[in-house]
Design a protein around this ligand. Sequence first.
Ligand SMILES: Nc1ncnc2c1ncn2[C@@H]1O[C@H](COP(=O)(O)OP(=O)(O)OP(=O)(O)O)[C@@H](O)[C@H]1O
Ligand SMILES: [Mg+2]
Length: 237
Amino acid sequence: MLEIKNLSARYDAVISALEKLDFEVPEGRIVAVLGPNGAGKSTLLKAVAGMLPFEQGEICEGRVIFDRLLLNGKHPATITRRGIALVQDGRQCFRNLTVGENLKAASFQTPKGNAERLKLVLAYFPILEEFFDRPAGLMSGGQLQMLVIGMALMLQPKLLMLDEPSLGLSPVMVQAVFEVVERLHRDLGMSVVVAEQTVPRLMEIAHDIYVLSRGRLALHAPPHDVSQERLHDLYLS
Ligand SMILES: Nc1ncnc2c1ncn2[C@@H]1O[C@H](COP(=O)(O)OP(=O)(O)OP(=O)(O)O)[C@@H](O)[C@H]1O
Ligand SMILES: [Mg+2]
């Protein structure tokens, strides 16, 4: 479904963030992208979503192909319409708007089937129904994470990419977030890419693991081949 070949990316024309990376997401798979701070996880997700130019970044080598379409140089809105949604880190939403308004604003580009989609999102995240008419800024970190995932689902993506969804959440909320990821995959057959530092729960649900280190691929293996000890060594090396 998503095929990345020999991808190199940089910022400000000099800072190399990804080096000759090969990466693949087969249809209906959960793929984990792991690695320490600065490894290139967010850069990889932004390269796929067409977001690098907004940070003086660029793809300088390689190809990003999704559903047989070359995404290099495409505008983020075009990429979204093709079926890719990125939930960036930082839980970005309109904090002064209500939860309902945020969900509707998220899907303004894809108005078709909105009402059914909203029903589905509220079924996945009952908390969003509870807060529907209240400002998003009143929600906790975990509830906001549910909101931004809900906003991405309003786009009806085939591929959902989550950047460090567990950051700063309590263990119970982390469990809840990954439970939703697993259900999206199980019920809707959605492909999901999750970038994280290390999260044991993610290791349990992922079909495939990529570990990045300083912009390069340090390891690509099925989860049962990736022990915490091995990750620890990779992170320290
Ligand atoms: N907007 C930017 N401008 C310049 N350099 C950047 C920018 N964003 C990231 N970088 C650099 O690119 C490299 C990869 O960063 P990236 O944010 O992709 O790593 P990461 O794996 O997501 O790290 P973290 O776990 O801290 O989120 C780092 O060296 C970082 O300093
Ligand atoms: Mg990051």
